[in-house]
Design a protein. Structure first.
Length: 150
């Protein structure tokens, strides 16, 4: 006499699957019966003039018209940007001739800008008034094309 192909574990797994299917169908039916909780108007959210979420619709009298031409997307063109004078003047606050570097105090912004001896056209020393251009270096701003001011 041959044994049944279904083992006890297979029968238990099938019972468990059938039970889960039945529970899932019951939950689906329950959700379907109780779905009429909120209407679309109750779920709507609005943004007021300050950017906060509210449940009340906005006041149509406070509506602001925006012209399409006033909206700027992206970076402004180079011609629209302010062109500042590339040549600045400053006073050498510190310069180490042995190591070949120092700092220039910009007269307009009062910021300290690094200067290397390779960027100098003329020989400079401390307390000299100089003219220079500013470039972005690997560690921040640095002076370039430094020469003594007339």
């Amino acid at each position: 006499m041959a044994r049944s192909q279904d083992s006890w574990n297979k029968k238990e797994r099938e019972k468990k699957k059938q039970k889960e299917k039945q529970e899932k169908a019951e939950r689906k039916a329950e959700r379907k019966n109780h779905s009429g909780g909120k209407s679309l108007e109750d779920m709507m959210a609005y943004i007021d003039e300050n950017g906060n979420l509210t449940t009340t619709p906005p006041d149509p009298t406070k509506k602001v018209e925006v012209k399409l031409e006033d909206i700027v997307i992206g970076v402004p063109k180079a011609s629209e940007l302010e062109q500042e004078d590339p040549i600045r003047t400053g006073i050498v606050s510190f310069f180490n001739t042995a190591k070949g570097f120092g700092f220039i105090r910009d007269l307009q912004t009062q910021e300290s800008i690094f200067v290397h001896i390779n960027a100098c056209i003329d020989r400079i020393g401390e307390n000299n008034k100089v003219q220079f251009e500013v470039e972005r270096g690997p560690r921040g701003l640095q002076a370039a094309r430094v020469k003594l001011a007339p």
